[in-house]
Write a protein that binds this ligand. Structure first.
Ligand SMILES: Nc1ncnc2c1ncn2[C@@H]1O[C@H](COP(=O)(O)OP(=O)(O)O)[C@@H](O)[C@H]1O
Ligand SMILES: Cc1ncc(COP(=O)(O)O)c(N)n1
Length: 261
């Protein structure tokens, strides 16, 4: 069985973070292992508390899994601070982790901060250049490119700017725009590819980004090329949002168990 690693935070509510990642990896019939960067007390209403792991605890988890298991792909989610980004960079290089999907998680859908502001430069300069693909949402893309105050900037232009940071490819997610279609832009330095799906009228989008990036990592592990992995994952997330599960009283999670062909 192909093995996939998630390096991310725990969401006690089970909709985002490590829990979303492992469910998604299992759904794609890959074996998911996890390195936990932070424990969040979280539910569908928001984040009630955060305990970030020490650099050493993250390093030990990485050493444990990377000296024993064999990963065909990995993803990063909530990395919390600069110390953790640095240790993830160090171990990615030491163990030559391949097919690394970097979801540059900064803020939860609920508005809670999941990455210290001081860590953004390490993310840009050290981790992103090691990525096979990065998957920022529009807001994260604007922070990473410095386009923060520009309301009408084109997705293609942002994708090109992000590509300059050094990943092999970029997927800018347009989930948070008001447009009729949920449009994401893929760019790998040579081709742009627009991925579009009808916008689903719902607030139940907890865990969309985590689920999408885990699906991409799983599909890369299964041997699909990058664009195919992204297309399969877009199809998956669209269905997962459509069939979201009503487990709590706030913004509910997507359904990690839906099947795509
Ligand atoms: N209401 C929606 N209808 C359809 N697709 C959506 C909707 N919201 C988000 N998506 C899609 O879900 C994926 C995750 O995007 P987004 O929600 O922007 O990421 P994040 O969770 O990182 O903020 C993208 O493919 C995006 O287009
Ligand atoms: C531990 C953790 N990691 C990531 C997210 C972002 O999830 P999303 O923006 O998809 O709701 C989250 N809410 N919690």
């Amino acid at each position: 069985m192909k093995q996939v690693l998630t390096i991310a935070g725990s969401d006690s509510g089970g909709g985002a973070g490590i829990q979303a990642d492992l469910k998604t990896m299992t759904n794609f019939a890959t074996y998911g292992a996890s390195v936990i960067t932070a424990v969040t007390a979280q539910n569908t209403l928001g984040v009630q508390g955060v305990r970030v792991m020490s650099r050493n605890v993250v390093a030990r988890q990485l050493d444990s899994v990377l000296t024993d298991l064999s990963f065909s792909a990995a993803k990063t989610g909530m990395l919390a601070n600069q110390d953790i980004i640095e240790v993830v960079v160090e171990k990615t290089q030491e163990y030559q982790l391949k097919n690394l999907v970097v979801d540059p998680v900064m803020v939860a859908t609920s508005g809670d901060v999941l990455l210290e502001e001081e860590a953004i430069s390490s993310l840009k300069e050290q981790l992103i250049p090691l990525a096979k693909i990065i998957t920022p949402n529009l807001k994260e893309a604007k922070v990473l490119t410095g386009y923060e105050k520009e309301a009408t900037i084109e997705l293609k232009e942002i994708a090109q700017e992000l590509f300059q940071l050094g990943p092999e490819a970029v997927l800018v997610k347009g989930g948070h725009s008001q447009a009729e279609q949920a449009v994401d832009m893929f760019y790998d330095g040579t081709q742009y590819h627009e991925l579009s799906a009808p916008r689903i009228d719902t607030n139940d989008t907890h865990g969309t980004g985590c689920t999408l990036s885990s699906a991409i990592a799983s599909n890369l592990a299964l041997g699909y090329d990058l664009l195919t992995a992204v297309k399969r994952s877009k199809e998956f997330i669209t269905k997962a949002i459509k069939e979201g599960v009503k487990v709590g009283t706030g913004n509910n999670p997507v359904n990690h168990l839906v099947k795509v062909n």
